[in-house]
Design a protein around this ligand. Sequence first.
Ligand SMILES: [Zn+2]
Length: 81
Amino acid sequence: MDFLVDLIIIWGIIVLYRRWTAAGRARFRPAPPGPAPTPRVRSGGEMAACAHCGLFLPRTDTVTGTDGQTYCSREHARAHR
Ligand SMILES: [Zn+2]
């Protein structure tokens, strides 16, 4: 009879250990990968590259050169000639 009680105690310990380790694994599991982050762009912000240095900036902040190309500044529009 003592053997049966020992067996039940050992079985209980095993069950509790398995539950404890499973909970530990679930707690430290890395979060599932979510959707890829979308690049933040100002609303209505179409981007354009400077024809001189290649810098991307909102089209509203660009300077149009005499050649019709877009630049990040008047200095680059002048320097590109
Ligand atoms: Zn530039």
